[in-house]
Design a protein around this ligand. Structure first.
Ligand code: NOJ
Length: 548
């Protein structure tokens, strides 16, 4: 069973997965809960201690499940409620927590509420959604799915009115002004809390309320509602958490933590693209700048750090110039672009470069926060930019070199999405079975990284101080927690680099390299000198002098 510490999320290593893409136990071409249960040993062996599941609720699947038509039902192709309960129990018995999705902002247009709402102006559900006679209200609100939607309003012929939607037009926004909507959502939260899940990713959380003359994002009403929801959850379930999906600038993300009374965690959207910029520019500045700009967060809160996820690599929170740079460098093929982002997985973004992938993971696992691994990235899985929307990064998990990547016994044509088959990332060469058999594989490397991280709470809980370095290609910091002091040094360059640091504060300490427990020369009076190979990094523990 996972430990009872209410701050457990600070030590979490989160694995994001899609039930549909993970493992198919009944040969229908679609992953399911029973399949996932069979693969929990794999996840436990990898060393993750928290699973985040993409939406698995009843849905027409026009936005891969983020379009929910019944919040309390599980999509039959994934299993049923008793399968889900068995899954939660099985995960818990392996010491793994479970996070699920709470999609507050919108429903599917197939939801009973919307069906009733559009029927007539007097329908008791009419007020569940945001209607308008005219399609020119809230003009300051940006359009998020730029490649598909022209407006945040859609005309509904049945309702004879326009309805508001921040995402696809088949996803009408709920009207949070309506106390019954707020109450129903709280009840849905309670329903899932009772199943024993450990927390919720709050999807699209900045957009709950609308106000004339604003961007309709991050409104005070939204924060007030989240605080209410949090208080209701805390009252009965004090160790459950909220993880905010708020793709916003630093000053606008920070309020989602409130005074430690709103969301426990939030994704670090501003940091993510800047890590990719830093490695490509071979310059620490993008990361240093954003971390320095980021306001401090309350002690009982934590960042969720990530490199990739099930969406495009979003470039909303960078300047136009930075966006152009990212697209030039990482999306040479126009097919790789989607909305304001890049629909690629980690390995292809790094052109399969093993050292670069390791370096990115060094940053992901050593900067302040809890890291999130996207399923398959521990193997260096590839993508397929010729599939529509974001499907190219949601293909079946590659378990083995067998038919359908060992994901399913179905006819290949029946798979929910085709497996990756190209010569570089195809399942014949990139798969879990082969990598488990190969001690030098990326899987084993990642597993080792996780095991090392687990030994030091400083990674999840420690303070961070950047160490000045005259070489701008080096990014180094000290993480400290209680008696643990860690020194992390990363070389962003594809060439070897020298680095000198003023470590006077740690005079007479011995840096011990964590992968090999190798003792480096004792820190003296002079600047500490290190050389780093291409895209390499060091994780050191600083051991105090015996008499210190
Ligand atoms: C954010 C999710 O990550 C994305 O996949 C989804 O399409 C939108 N929210 C709408 O729910």
């Amino acid at each position: 069973m996972p430990e009872k510490d209410p701050l457990w999320f600070k030590d979490a290593v989160i694995y994001e997965l899609h039930v549909r893409a993970f493992y198919d136990s009944n040969g229908d071409g679609i992953g399911d809960f029973n399949g996932l249960i069979q693969k929990l040993d794999y996840l436990q062996d990898l060393g993750v201690n928290c699973l985040w599941l993409l939406p698995f609720y009843q849905s027409p699947l026009k936005d891969d499940g983020y379009d929910i038509s019944d919040y309390k039902k599980i999509l039959p192709s994934y299993g049923n409620m008793s399968d889900f309960r068995r899954f939660v129990k099985a995960a818990h018995s392996r010491g793994m927590r479970v996070l699920i999705e709470l999609v507050l902002n919108h429903t599917s247009d197939q939801h009973e509420w919307f069906k009733q709402a559009r029927e007539s102006k007097t329908s008791k559900r009419r007020d569940y959604y945001v209607w308008s006679e005219r399609a020119d209200r809230y003009q300051e609100a940006r359009i998020i799915f730029l490649d598909t939607e022209k407006s945040n309003w859609a005309w509904d012929p049945a309702a004879q009115s326009h309805y508001w939607h921040r995402f696809f037009s088949h996803q009408p926004d709920l009207n949070f002004e309506n106390p019954r909507v707020r109450k129903d959502m709280q009840e849905i939260l309670e329903f899932w809390l009772k199943t024993g899940v450990d927390g919720f990713r709050l999807d699209a959380v900045p957009y709950l309320f609308e106000r004339d003359g604003t961007s309709c994002e991050n409104l005070p009403e939204t924060h007030a509602f989240l605080k209410e929801l949090r208080a209701a959850m805390d009252a009965k379930y004090p160790d459950r958490i909220f993880l905010a999906e708020a793709n916003q600038w630093p000053a606008d993300v920070r309020p989602y933590f409130g005074n430690g009374d709103e969301c426990h965690m939030a994704f670090h959207f501003p940091l993510m693209p800047r890590i990719f910029m830093a490695i490509r520019k071979e310059d620490a500045a993008p990361v240093l700048d954003i971390v320095k700009k980021m306001p401090a967060i309350p002690d009982n809160c934590q960042w969720a750090l990530f490199l990739r996820n099930h969406d495009e690599l979003t470039l909303e929170m960078v300047t136009q110039e930075e966006r152009d740079y990212m697209v030039r460098e990482y999306a040479a093929d126009a097919k790789a672009k989607l909305n304001l982002g890049i629909r690629r997985r980690l390995a292809p973004l790094m052109s399969g470069g093993r050292r670069a992938m390791e370096l990115l993971n060094s940053l992901l696992f050593s900067m302040p926060g809890s890291p999130v691994i996207y399923y398959g990235d521990e193997l260096g899985m590839g993508d397929n930019i010729y599939l529509g929307d974001r499907n190219g990064v949601r293909t079946p998990m590659q378990w083995s070199g067998d038919r359908n990547a060992g994901f399913s016994a179905a006819d290949t044509a029946q798979l929910f999405l085709p497996v990756i088959e190209d010569p570089v990332y195809g399942y014949q060469s990139v798969n879990a079975e082969a990598q488990k058999r190969t001690p030098t594989s990326f899987f084993h490397w990642t597993r080792r990284l996780l095991a090392i991280r687990k030994q030091y709470q400083a990674f999840g809980r420690g303070t961070m101080e950047f160490l000045p370095c005259t070489n701008s290609k080096i990014i180094a910091y000290v993480r400290a927690y209680e008696k643990q002091v860690l020194l992390i040094v990363n070389n962003l360059s594809r060439y070897s680099q020298p680095a000198e640091f003023d470590l006077n504060a740690y005079k007479d300490y011995v840096p011990v390299e964590l992968f090999g427990s190798v003792r480096f020369p004792t820190i003296g009076e002079l600047p500490y000198f290190l050389t780093l190979g291409p895209h390499s990094f060091y994780w050191f523990r600083l051991e105090p002098p015996a008499n210190g």
